[in-house]
Design a protein around this ligand. Structure first.
Ligand SMILES: [Zn+2]
Length: 60
């Protein structure tokens, strides 16, 4: 088993990662989590986080 931080997480490349997530309370620079924080969302982020990034001008 590779260490968790060696697993690719495309979501880290999303602009929304630069803001905290209003949905799951993850901090800026960290992945969104699901299932009460027990599971990282590696391929995407919550819609609310994307909306926040857009509101802050981080998305085109
Ligand atoms: Zn989230």
């Amino acid at each position: 088993m590779p260490a968790p931080n060696m697993i690719p997480a495309p979501a880290l490349n999303l602009p929304a990662i630069a803001v905290p997530c209003p949905a799951c309370k993850s901090r800026a620079g960290e992945l969104c989590t699901s299932h009460g924080g027990t599971r990282d969302r590696r391929s995407d982020v919550h819609q609310a986080r994307t909306a926040r990034a857009r509101a802050e001008g981080l998305l085109a």
